[in-house]
Design a protein around this ligand. Structure first.
Ligand code: ATP
Length: 835
């Protein structure tokens, strides 16, 4: 959208301006020397000053309420105390929000034609999207004229003035939608869209887009000025830091459609690298909360592929004024108490991610009941200290009174107790029969334990000979009760039960699978012998107690085991955010109304507390969805059984090798809910020069797949370098890029070279970041060095797609360093990147 430079210098007025201070700005003579831009900045500054004055009034109001509440407390009646609590709470929340000074509090403005129906919505703005029939006139000389009928300022919160006129419209309110949606092709009522850049309370600049360039528009009788080169380009040109920025001032129309899509069911978004999928997903979370804060009190879960991407993105929602109700979690941190720190080699990841694991884990959970030889994982885990277990599920074993298992101290083979003064025994065959009867059901293994206990008691009772002694059923029942109480208070019995039907923890079962022989039994006809060997070897990392470092893929297995064993996964307890108590950012606009409802506020609070106890999230957002393995889809699906979903991803960037299997698991997680699909088509990250290079790899990785269109071009072509000493050359190139850009430099290497890369770059400062190819997902840097494309491509079956990800991380400059393996040509261009 090309903006036009200012051609008119006539003073402009703001139809909203009623403040006497506005008059100074409006009456300033543009010919005074500081130009149209400075005058327009002054006009916006005047408006921003009004906004802050109003916010200060609201702060005073809230402080007064706090004081008043304290006085009520002194009255001392229960009613007054309850009222005081509610009031202090509300006022505290207001203060909290009002005192947090947002950067760019006010960032947009739209100047609009008269609306078709002339009706105003609750925020004081006209509701009609279309202009009135007579909003545009054509003069006899052919000039098309129109008068601006309404000006709206768009900001992070809605603010009304004392007369309930809108000073600022919340960016998520319906009235703000035209700010994002209007285009020169479909401008609706918008004549001019302005992005306002400010810092704290100072306006620094304005950038305008003219959406109806054919119009001679006037604002209070004077020509409408237009300033700047377009806000989007200004935003895209900024240096990158280690954290993502919000895009609230420059959301594009196709993105806005996704952000404001109705919450119901499933919203699926596809788009190539840099099309704003992550940004859009996070803005959608903020939008949904604004729309229906009560509905989303159950929480919104954002699932991200790596902790690096979580760290990169987690500042965006707070900058949009939303915290507390949104949990951003890496897929390796979804299970409480488990944090993935290790990576699996691709062949192992393929096994652990595959749906076949669901079957294997069911078998393992049952098989792990058999006590293993002394010193082996499952047995050892049961001898752990009490309380040391994950989820408190492990038990301490008392081996007193147990017959050791025949040759290896494994599962007890005989139960021997004393009751009614005589010894009663159950032998191995009987015990096996009982176990098989209990396991005949499909219930989770740990939940079958009470049944096993009951069947043991039944068998002991009948073995005791007591049933024959009682003919009176009442007496028999009484005797049986005494018998059960007697036996279950014996350590012989409790110790036996703990060893014979231990309460298993997911980690213990996983650790038990590290024994190749045992795993071979469980994995029969599920894994090949080679796969069994690879899996067992990888699980050895967990150690005999199962407490060793976990990989991302192990976490999904733990979660599956939670379910199989009978400890259903629960989302983490979210912190109670005081802002959750409000029903939305309309707190500023409907403050008085809210104050009237003390009881209602309390009721709302109660409802929220109930919601807190729910196990499911209300909405689940999956970022980089193409990377979830089938087992991870099962894990994520369990967290959103009642939820609505937003799923964003790009198949071309998938590092998972079996898309069909993943699609099946995804369908299962999303269920039969109807789906709404969107495609994002514009690449806002990479300049055309870098996007064009990446497209060559895309053509190899996924022939026929269309690349997104790069929105800008910088004239800076990628640089190709051939290295003999890889480390020295990479360091040199990283240093060169650090000097060329203001922001960050990412150096992407094959996963196996991560340690080396850290050493190569040591001492270059924290603007440069070494990254394994799989860690680069979703991140971006001003400049990147991609080291040995061939190495990255050869890492796994999905290697070309991983290389595509690596090549699409830079916003300005890209250097490709090749070694011999890359077969570079005379210009240093590696074989994989040649046209
Ligand atoms: N409308 C916009 N205005 C300004 N910047 C934007 C806009 N849309 C996207 N961007 C910027 O483009 C970059 C890429 O966005 P984002 O990371 O969300 O893309 P993505 O589709 O998730 O990319 P990938 O698939 O490569 O992870 C970010 O810096 C983001 O801030």
């Amino acid at each position: 959208m090309a903006a036009q430079n200012a051609t008119h210098a006539a003073p402009a007025t703001d139809p909203q301006g009623t403040d006497p201070q506005d008059t100074d700005a409006r009456n300033a003579d543009p010919r005074d020397g500081d130009g149209v831009r400075d005058r327009e900045i002054r006009i916006e500054q005047t408006h921003l000053d009004r906004v802050y004055r109003r916010l200060e009034e609201k702060i005073h109001e809230a402080e007064f309420l706090m004081d008043d509440a304290a006085k009520r407390g002194q009255v001392g009646t229960p009613g007054a105390l309850a009222e005081r609590d509610a009031q202090v709470f509300r006022a505290g929340v207001h203060l909290n929000r009002l005192n947090s000074e947002f950067e760019d509090f006010l960032f947009g403005r739209i100047d609009l034609l008269l609306g078709k129906d002339g009706e105003r919505g609750p925020d004081g703005a006209y509701t009609s999207v279309e202009p009135a029939d007579d909003a545009v006139r054509t003069d006899p000389d052919g000039t098309v004229r129109a008068e601006i009928a309404e000006t709206l300022h768009i900001g992070r919160l809605g603010v009304l003035d004392a007369d309930y006129a809108p000073l600022v419209i919340d960016w998520r309110a319906p009235a703000a939608a035209p700010f994002y949606r209007s285009t020169p092709v479909a401008p609706g009522r918008v004549v001019r869209r302005r992005v306002i850049r400010s810092k704290g309370r100072r306006v620094l600049g304005v950038e305008d887009d003219l959406l109806r360039p054919e119009l001679s528009a006037t604002l209070d009788g004077a020509a409408l000025p237009v300033v700047g080169d377009g806000a989007l380009m200004a935003a895209l040109g900024q240096a990158r830091s280690h954290t993502m920025r919000d895009i609230v001032a420059s959301i594009q129309a196709e993105q806005d459609l996704v952000i404001r899509a109705p919450a119901a069911s499933v919203t699926e978004v596809e788009g190539g690298p840099g099309t704003g999928k992550t940004a859009v997903a996070l803005h959608r979370a903020a939008y949904l909360l604004y729309q229906d804060r009560r509905r989303y009190a159950g929480g919104i879960l954002v699932v991200s592929p790596t902790p690096l991407l979580v760290a990169y993105t987690e500042g965006v929602l707070p900058s949009l004024g939303e915290e507390g109700q949104v949990a951003i979690r890496a897929v390796g941190s979804l299970v409480d108490g488990a944090e993935a720190t290790a990576y699996d080699e691709p062949a192992v990841a393929r096994i652990k991610g595959s749906l076949r694991m669901a079957k294997l884990l069911r078998r393992a959970a049952r098989g792990a009941l058999e006590r293993q030889p002394a010193g082996d994982p499952a047995g050892a885990s049961r001898r752990r200290r009490p309380g040391a277990a994950e989820g408190g599920a492990d038990q301490q074993l008392s081996l007193d009174g147990l017959d050791p298992a025949p040759e290896d101290g494994g599962t007890p083979q005989r139960l021997r107790v004393v009751a009614f003064g005589r010894r009663i025994e159950l032998e191995a065959d009987e015990l096996r029969r009982i176990r098989q009867t209990v396991l005949g059901g499909t219930a989770p293994v740990n939940l079958l334990r009470p049944r096993a206990r009951r069947l043991l008691l039944d068998a002991l009772w009948s073995r005791s000979g007591a049933p024959q002694r009682y003919t009176d059923p009442e007496m028999a029942a009484e005797a049986r009760q005494a018998f059960d109480e007697d036996i279950t208070s014996e350590s012989d019995f409790t110790g036996f039960l703990a060893a014979w039907w231990p309460e298993l923890t997911p980690r213990a079962v996983l650790a038990a699978m590290a024994d190749e022989k045992r795993l071979g039994r469980w994995a029969r006809r599920v894994l090949t012998p080679r796969e069994t060997r690879l899996l067992a070897r990888s699980l050895k990392r967990l150690g005999p107690e199962g407490q060793g470092p976990l990989s991302v893929h192990d976490v999904a297995l733990l979660d599956e085991l939670h379910t199989v064993l009978g400890a259903p996964a629960r989302p983490r307890r979210r912190e109670m955010d005081p802002l959750d108590q409000l029903t939305g950012l309309e707190e500023l606009t409907t403050h008085a109304e809210r104050l009237a409802g003390g009881r209602r506020a309390r009721e709302e609070r109660m409802e929220r507390l109930r919601d807190e106890a729910r196990t499911d999230y209300a909405h689940v957002i999956v970022d980089e969805a193409q990377d979830l393995t089938p087992m991870q889809w099962r894990m994520v699906g369990r967290r959103g059984r009642q939820a609505t979903w937003t799923v964003v991803g790009d198949p071309a960037q998938s590092s998972w090798s079996d898309p069909d299997e993943a699609a099946e698991a995804r369908d299962e997680a999303l269920g039969t809910r109807p789906r709404r699909r969107f495609t994002l088509t514009v690449n806002y990250r990479n300049p055309a020069e870098i996007a064009e290079l990446a497209a060559r790899v895309l053509a190899l990785a996924m022939p026929g797949m269309v690349s997104p269109r790069a929105v800008r071009s910088t004239g800076l072509v990628p640089r190709f370098v051939v290295a003999e000493d890889l480390g020295a050359r990479v360091r040199e190139e990283a240093a060169r890029l650090l000097a060329e850009v203001d922001g960050t430099v990412g150096v992407v290497v094959a996963m196996g070279r991560r340690e080396e890369a850290r050493e190569w770059l040591a001492g270059l400062g924290d603007r440069v970041v070494p990254l394994g190819s799989l860690e680069a997902k979703g991140l971006e840097y001003d400049a990147t060095v991609v080291v040995s494309p061939a190495e990255i491509a050869d890492e796994s079956p999905a290697g070309l797609r991983v290389l595509y990800v690596a090549l699409t991380r830079a916003t300005q400059r890209l250097t490709v360093v090749s070694g011999e393996r890359d077969e570079p040509d005379g210009e240093g261009v590696p074989d994989l990147l040649r046209d």
